[in-house]
Design a protein around this ligand. Structure first.
Ligand code: ATP
Length: 137
């Protein structure tokens, strides 16, 4: 079975750059992401999922950043091949309201993100996002 999600490295500019990370019920810490519904563009998925999963309404997707992550996992003996398309997005909303899909969240600096992200693939996305932000700012 195939699964396709879109996600975002969401950042907030304070004194320091802060990044948003969610705690998934299965235990891992990862970016906001969610299933791409039929007929949706990746951008639409990200805007919708970010609203649902965090309450953020002012998300601004940054042009020119797009990274793909692939992994597979088993759900009731069925192998799921999953692709997640990551984008980079800015918010000014610090207050987060998580949904029942997650068990926690954190705003973290880059160095704390490195320590907290569960998967190497997401760590790679974060590093590339950070490089991209250096170019922008
Ligand atoms: P979505 O947020 O896209 O709706 P989900 O909450 O249904 O996703 P995933 O976060 O994809 O589920 O997690 C499904 C399974 O895959 C879990 O067992 C998780 O540990 C594993 N998993 C999640 N991300 C990765 C990754 N980057 N590399 C390897 N395994 C992962």
């Amino acid at each position: 079975m195939e699964e396709r999600s879109a996600g975002a490295v969401i950042f907030l500019k304070t004194n320091e750059l802060m990044f948003l990370i969610l705690n998934y019920p299965s235990g891992h810490w990862d970016f906001v992401k969610g299933n791409i519904e039929k007929g949706e563009t990746h951008q639409e998925t990200i805007i919708r999922e970010t609203r649902e999963e965090t309450g953020i309404q002012d998300l601004k997707i940054i042009n020119g950043f797009n990274k793909e992550v692939q992994y597979s996992y088993y759900r009731k003996q069925t192998k799921i091949n999953k692709k997640v398309f990551y984008y980079l997005a800015e918010t000014n909303t610090k207050k987060i309201t998580i949904s029942i899909e997650h068990i926690g969240y954190k705003w973290l600096s880059f160095s704390d993100m490195i320590k907290t992200l569960t998967y190497e693939s997401s760590l790679q996305v974060l590093k590339e996002a950070k490089n991209r932000l250096k170019i922008i700012n």
